[in-house]
Design a protein around this ligand. Sequence first.
Ligand SMILES: [Zn+2]
Length: 459
Amino acid sequence: MAFAFFYSKKYGGDYLIITNGTILSFDEQNTIYENQAIYIKNGTIEEINNKEKLLALYPDEEIIDAKGKYIMPGMVCSHFHTYSSFARGMSLENYNPNGFKEILEGLWWKLDKSLISEDVYYSALVSAVECIKNGTTTIIDHHASPFSIKDSLSLLSKGFSSLGVRGSYCYEISNRDGYEIENAGIEENIRFIRETKNNENSLIKANFGLHAAFTLSDETIKRIVEEESKLNTGFHMHLSEGLYDEEYSQKKYGKSVTKRLSDLGLIKDNSFLVHGVFLSDEDLDIIKESNSYLIHNPQSNMNNGLELPRVEKILEKEINLGMGTDGFSTDMFREIDVCYVAHKYANHNSSTMSPDTVKKLVFNNNSKIMKKIWGIEGAVIKKGAFGDVIIVDYNPPTPLDQNNLAGHLVFGISGTNVDTTIVNGKILMKDKKLIGIDEESIFKEARKLSKKLWERLNG
Ligand SMILES: [Zn+2]
């Protein structure tokens, strides 16, 4: 790892040569490179060339041998709630939700109000470990801990970045807990954005977070828009997830959620809008015109008993639709599988969703989201993209080429095939062994903390 102390002007990162694998670039053409190696310089992909040439040019660099396996980009999860990892297996007394709003009130808003700073930090550590194991190299998180707001975004980002996982973080502001908490949420976004800008590190980025239209007054949104205009990090927020959001907006403001937020200045070219389940054609036109981004989370929509967004229509309008998991899992391969079957089932039409469409959302469109936030692409192997790469131990029983790669993605490659995970040119897991991470003690402490959290919730 020679020259590891020389950092580029933009960001710092490691140096690495990855050899002896078939490179599935997952670029727009599904380019596959045989007998080629990847040179990662200072955290980004500098060159794809044959092994002998790269080794001759850069004889001192660390080398990793893919042992004939497939090399592909690390997965990007464009919408996540880290704290949800502490809800796994949890049961709540008197929790019998009827509809989306009752799920929020009875589960998520109870959980987030009980979070303390240690929960925030350890939920990030366990999520980071699971990301590495599942080959997810970037998380775009949406955080809430109303009674432990200050420094929560620093703790979250510390949890992920200390284990080497890339992320962008925001605090979801809402009016649901009164002015003081709303104000603390605004302050935490501003504080963390400034901290991130002052301490440039490609593993940590910030957005301005908002919960959703139905928990935010016009007055609060105007203040947020004003504050964000001084920082220009873009907004990350839920949009038209449940029908309640739309009904509330029509009743109170006489317009759709999208129209209201657009009129208030929230829908712009660096707005990351999550779900978009109940959007009309007019709403989609507003989003298209603004060049903002939509993020699809099929597992979450199904789990909440909602409908699914009109993916075909959204893509027909050439809106950039990426994919996240909404905290459901760090395993993007699972989200891919669900997305592929969910739309066919929901539409009772087996032609509704193609493997290529799913691939486009997860790779090409998530890559554009990363480019917007970081200024550098991810979710692709190409010169100039982040050196976020995974090696998968996948043995296809049928031919694999650029025309059917998406079919292998949907029906074949899974999170359990991930063998090696590299972020920013740094090896975080090799041959399924985490490097320099004490997984056992992290999970032991997480189990202690989550048990106490559940006791507080039911107490
Ligand atoms: Zn969400």
